[in-house]
Ligand binder design. Structure first.
Ligand code: ZN
Length: 172
């Protein structure tokens, strides 16, 4: 197990479309457990492989209450996930480990059916609603190079990016 470094914007790897995985091997299983460890260490509820500089279609999600988190039974490790069905609309204040110091309301589907393969290379289907559905959509966006700031108002996004650039030039 190892803690991985989380990439933050404007790292270009966050904007790439991640490659599909051709079967889960030992290397990918290791990546998934390192991602889970990194997610828990950062108090995250989801993490996508591009956030740790691996441009492959793999995510980990644990959106349960604090007391239940960490129990491996409820940790989702999903490879090549796709949204097969979606319905309803929900608005929720999101944040992202790759987008520091910003939280903003994002509109997403309220319920989704996600199909993927799990860490044992078996097909899985997950029916999710509310927070779990939101996190799944957020993490799957990462696999297409999409960040939650792409779903917020242009003005809010530009103010945030301007602030980031200012801080970066201060630290340069
Ligand atoms: Zn994120």
């Amino acid at each position: 197990m190892a803690l991985l470094t989380i990439r933050t914007i404007p790292d270009p790897i966050l904007r790439l479309k991640a490659e599909p995985v051709d079967g889960v091997d030992e290397d990918l299983r290791q990546l998934l457990s390192d991602m889970a460890e990194t997610m828990y260490a950062n108090d995250g509820i989801g993490l996508a492989a591009p956030q740790v500089a691996r441009s492959v279609r793999a995510i980990v999600v644990d959106a349960r209450d604090k007391e239940e988190r960490g129990d491996p039974e409820g940790l989702l490790r999903l490879v090549n996930p796709v949204i097969a069905e979606a319905e309803g609309t929900v608005c929720f204040e999101e944040g992202c480990l790759s987008v520091p110091e910003l939280r903003a309301d994002v509109k997403r589907h309220e319920r989704v059916l996600v199909k993927a393969i799990d860490a044992d290379n078996e097909p899985v289907e997950i029916e999710a609603e509310d927070l779990l559905a939101i996190v799944l959509q957020h993490e799957m966006d990462h696999l297409d190079g999409i960040l939650f700031i792409d779903h917020i108002g242009r003005l809010k996004r530009e103010l945030y990016l301007r602030k980031l650039r200012k801080e970066a030039s201060k630290n340069a």
